[in-house]
Design a protein around this ligand. Structure first.
Ligand SMILES: C=C(C[SeH])C(=O)N1CCC[C@H]1C(=O)O
Ligand SMILES: [Zn+2]
Length: 597
């Protein structure tokens, strides 16, 4: 009868979950071995392990079909079966599975090992993305050097990935269909468990766009003042190579010469960190201490033993920062080629946020050891970093000297946060709007670059520094496109982290809507056990409940909304609108005159 099969189902699924934990542990170890030592041998081993595990997953999946789990009474049991009924890419036949793994592995290793020649010294051709190219984009103010570096990186990491990418799209779409989805776009969006996910993304963009347009106009003016209007036009998009970042996804590296009140004291945290002999380890210990101050969990001993926090000199590794769960309840790691900069201090907190989430849900069934939705996992560390980046906290830890701030310093601070957080949203939106089109087939390989730049132009107001053709494939010059990592998770994260931050600040007594002495921009939840306990309650849920329940546990809200972000940046929005009015800067942009279609 139904009762027996539900009890049998429970015993079966708990056994399956334990086996899945062992499989995931083996897979993570093989993946770690490869990405922390990129060799043909380790790549072959990783694919071999993946193939073995996919066979075991397929077998387990067949067994789940014997249970009528849809009729079970127990919500969690039904949810576990529902998740295990999703086989994933293992649904592909072995030969296609291997081909798919090989295509993605080739793209990712190409990206990780790509080198280009220096602009200043053409015979020096060993420049890597981290730290060399990243440093050029952070420091150089020579448009020709930036253009050369941009073009060379997009050739080496983008164009070269085009054929593998096309094969990956075909095979991944086949896997999607075997899982009951029309295409990978629908499969990716199913992770958010709402019917109108894409409409919600569009609505969020409508809410934030006016603020972005004001910030874009202001920055374009300041860049035109600096580089001249033969390089930066008065009414067009901003050339992508002048924004301090290879992908123009955050503009924090141009803060020093574009901030609203230049005569206010310089708060160059990177310089101060170097003066104070900060090391990668100290940055990680600082982050660990922040989480512990909230009564959250300390990094376990194995974390400090097994993590790789500096770029090795004797081998090639995937430098793109990542956090790892080995699903055995005690082995958690970060792999990162850390530089001593303010930007990497934020990334350290971002990655430590992932590990804190792993620690909070480590006693859940393996299948529930995931974010409430992928955006939640990306938001934890960033939410903490919003407190760490506050002038109050930076003063507390001695990275900023001097007295409390005045109105102008506050605008400078909001500007600094805005060129990191506001400008990221259209970048993130474009990356997956582009890939949704590719997976749906509305964007064909012949149109890849044209469609990518059309979206970059219309949504981000960015244009390529040189004309582009279909010989290029600029989207793959971004890690997540070459590594098959979905990106809407970051768009969601940059919205909900402000909802989380606002709730935590209220719980910490750091923020009161009507109290001018308790402004959101000054909030630092450091040492607030009250805030930490509420955050822990949400994180411990993992993916055991629909994400609206998790969000409600912390914020009282059940939907994503841009209100938190817009409230945080309200004073900046007002200042930018007034400033663009004062200078007569055109708000918005006309289509680019560069050729890319
Ligand atoms: C730090 C990570 C690893 Se999950 C990352 O990829 N991030 C963090 C924020 C945006 C995105 C990026 O670098 O593109
Ligand atoms: Zn992340």
């Amino acid at each position: 009868d139904l009762e027996a099969s539900e009890q049998e189902g429970r015993e079966y699924i708990m056994h399956l979950d334990k086996m899945a934990g062992l499989r995931k542990n083996r897979a993570s170890l093989a993946e770690w071995a490869y990405t922390s030592n990129i060799t043909q041998e380790n790549e072959a081993k990783r694919i071999q392990v993946q193939l073995e595990l996919s066979k075991q997953e397929k077998q387990a999946w067949e067994e789940t079909k014997m249970y009528r789990w849809q009729d079970f009474q127990d919500f969690s049991l039904r949810r576990m079966f529902k998740k295990y009924s999703q086989l994933g890419v293992s649904a592909l036949p072995d030969d296609k599975y291997k081909l798919l793994m090989q295509s993605v592995s080739d793209m990712e290793s190409n990206y990780a090992t790509a080198k280009i020649c220096s602009f200043k010294n053409e015979s020096k051709c060993d420049l890597a993305l981290e730290p060399d190219i990243t440093e050029i984009f952070a420091k150089s103010q020579d448009p020709d050097e930036l253009k050369h570096t941009w073009v060379e990186w997009h050739r080496a990491a983008g164009a070269r990935a085009r054929n593998n990418f096309t094969q990956y799209v075909e095979l991944d779409n086949e896997a999607a269909k075997l899982n009951g989805y029309k295409d990978v776009a629908e499969w990716w969006q199913s992770e958010y468990e709402v019917k109108d996910f894409e409409e919600q993304l569009a609505k969020l963009w409508e809410d934030v766009k006016p603020l972005y347009q004001q910030l874009h106009a202001y920055v374009r003016k300041r860049l035109r003042d600096k580089y001249g209007e033969h390089i930066v036009s008065a009414r067009g998009p901003i050339p992508a190579h002048l924004l301090g970042n290879m992908w123009a996804q955050t503009w924090n590296n141009i803060e020093s010469f574009t901030r609203p009140y230049p005569d206010k004291k310089e708060i160059d945290i990177t310089k101060t960190m170097k003066e104070q002999n900060y090391t990668a380890l100290r940055m990680f210990q600082m982050s660990d201490e922040f989480f512990r101050s909230l009564n959250l969990t300390a990094m376990p001993e194995k974390f400090w033993q097994n993590s790789i926090i500096e770029k090795p000199t004797d081998r090639e590794i995937v430098c793109h920062a990542s956090a790892w769960d080995f699903y055995d309840g005690e082995d958690f790691r970060i792999k990162m080629c850390t530089s001593v900069t303010m930007e990497h201090l934020r990334v350290v907190h971002h990655e430590m946020g992932h590990v804190q989430y792993y620690l909070q849900y480590k006693d859940r069934p393996v299948i529930f050891r995931a974010g409430a939705n992928p955006g939640f996992h990306e938001a934890v560390g960033d939410t903490i970093a919003l407190s760490v980046s506050s002038p109050k906290h930076l003063r507390r830890v001695g990275l900023v000297k001097g007295d409390a701030d005045d109105e102008q310093t506050e605008i400078n601070q909001l500007y600094k946060m805005g060129i990191d957080k506001i400008v990221f949203l259209p970048f993130a939106y474009v990356l997956d709007l582009f890939r949704y089109g590719v997976f749906r087939g509305s964007t064909t390989p012949e149109d890849y670059n044209c469609h990518y730049w059309s979206l970059r132009d219309s949504l981000q107001g960015i244009e390529p520094p040189v004309n582009r053709t279909e010989e290029d494939f600029d989207a793959a010059a971004k890690y997540h496109v070459s590594a098959d990592v979905e990106y809407a998770r970051y768009y969601v994260s940059f919205i909900i982290q402000f909802q989380f931050h606002r709730a935590l600040c209220q719980l910490a007594g750091e923020y009161e809507p009507e109290d001018p002495n308790k402004k959101l921009v000054d909030c630092d939840i450091y040492q607030s056990v009250n805030a930490g306990n509420a955050l822990s309650t949400m994180l411990r849920l993992g993916s055991s409940r629909p994400w609206a329940d998790a969000m409600e546990a912390l914020t009282g809200q059940r939907k994503m909304d841009a209100g938190g972000l817009l409230e945080y940046f309200r004073p900046l929005h007002d200042w930018l609108a007034a400033e663009n009015m004062r200078t007569g800067e055109y708000v918005g942009w006309e289509p680019s005159k560069m050729q890319y279609c």
